[in-house]
Design a protein around this ligand. Structure first.
Ligand SMILES: [Mn+2]
Length: 379
């Protein structure tokens, strides 16, 4: 695995987008140092072991480092081992960088766009490192002074639950970004290098579109019009095959479907959420951050948007998937479970069968017959 697998390169190298699971690795830092940069800005990059290492190494080499992120966790989350870890890394980075670091929680900043001023890092002396997603892109754009009306609202929506990122909640630009990224699921099977090349192209086109380039706009709009509708319908049909395995918990094995045709997990879970009584979706898939450590299969759990912290009607309705993880478990790809926030959890088959699956069954109870019947009818 080389770091290039995670790397996108925009505007001739001024913006690099990379975020492997453990933050930034040694190889990536060496690449930054080799570039001769003096000032580095990290945006929407979760505070993890690799991020701390990167900040330290860059500072040792006399580079100036800025950090703007929203992956810190509230104090009350520290009962979870993974949350204590993140808060620890956050404090370490803030200690190293002082007022050059601003690391907030998602509750205060649903996206990172509000954490940079327009054009704050527009000087070409800054190398910008950002998360390779919509929030990372929009935050990096604002940092270099490239904005449009509704940009922050778009980033807030696009970094939130996939099922709430609907056309009516987004600007035209935001919708084109969402749909083009969703269609990338189609390149999963062709390897990460190919996937990144396509993503790079989408981001470059987006940058051009916002600056008024009609051809770039038309290319993105063409994809959305000609391909997204058909793709979304296929995701919907697939979603309707999900089975309720505990009250409100729907599971779907797409390991076979993925081999045949592309799948976008966000679009798929959006439709699974619309199944009767759905509170949690479980997708068994053959790609993702854990699969390669876990015999090629991972279970990806997502809390339906109506039950996520910040979106649920009350505190009592909120579901926190970290409760399913035993307190003494080491949370890492190698140990077979990733769970860094309340609404996402990935685990390997063994961990699912032994612990996570039974924990959900205890919490939500066995399937109620009436609901099973409704779910079984699909659409
Ligand atoms: Mn983000």
């Amino acid at each position: 695995m080389s770091s290039n697998e995670y790397k996108l390169n925009l505007i001739g190298g001024r913006i690099l987008m990379m975020t492997p699971n453990k933050g930034i690795n040694e190889e990536m830092v060496n690449a930054i140092l080799a570039g001769g940069w003096t000032d580095v800005v990290l945006l929407d990059t979760p505070p993890m072991r690799g991020s701390v290492m990167a900040v330290k190494r860059l500072m040792e080499e006399k580079l100036r480092v800025w950090y703007r992120d929203h992956h810190d966790l509230p104090e009350e989350d520290t009962r979870f081992a993974s949350a204590r870890e993140i808060r620890g890394y956050t404090r370490e980075i803030c200690g190293l960088l002082g007022n050059r670091a601003r690391i907030m929680t998602r509750r205060d900043h649903p996206s990172c766009v509000g954490l940079v001023k327009e054009g704050e890092f527009a000087d070409p002396k800054y190398l910008i490192i950002a998360n390779p997603d919509a929030d990372g892109l929009l935050t990096a754009m604002k940092a270099i002074g490239l904005t449009y009306n509704g940009m922050k609202a778009d980033a807030d929506v696009l970094d939130g639950p996939a099922s709430l990122a609907t056309q009516d909640r987004l600007t035209e630009y935001g919708w084109l970004l969402k749909t083009n990224l969703a269609l990338l699921g189609g390149f999963m099977g062709k390897g990460i290098a190919h996937l990144n090349a396509r993503k790079n192209e989408i981001f470059e086109n987006f940058l051009k579109m916002v600056q008024g380039d009609q051809a770039a706009h038309d290319q993105l709009a063409d994809n959305t019009e000609k391909k997204f509708g058909v793709f979304a319908q296929r995701m919907k049909n697939l979603a309707m095959q999900a089975q309720m395995i505990a009250n409100g918990v729907y599971a779907l094995d797409i390991t076979d479907a993925q081999r045949q045709e592309p799948v976008d997990i966000g679009t798929l879970t959006t439709y699974m959420e619309s199944l009767p009584g759905c509170q949690i979706t479980v997708v068994v898939r053959s790609n993702g951050p854990l699969a390669k450590h876990a015999g090629g299969v991972q279970y990806s759990l997502t809390v339906a948007s109506g039950f996520q912290p910040g979106f649920a009607p009350s505190k009592e309705d909120e579901i926190d998937l970290r409760r399913a993880v035993p307190e003494n478990w080491n949370v890492s790809p190698e140990s077979g479970v990733i769970s860094h926030n309340a609404f996402f959890l990935h685990c390997a088959a063994q961990q699912w069968e032994d612990v996570i699956g039974p924990a959900l069954l205890r919490r939500f109870g066995p399937v109620d017959d009436v609901i099973t019947d409704k779910a079984g009818n699909g659409e």
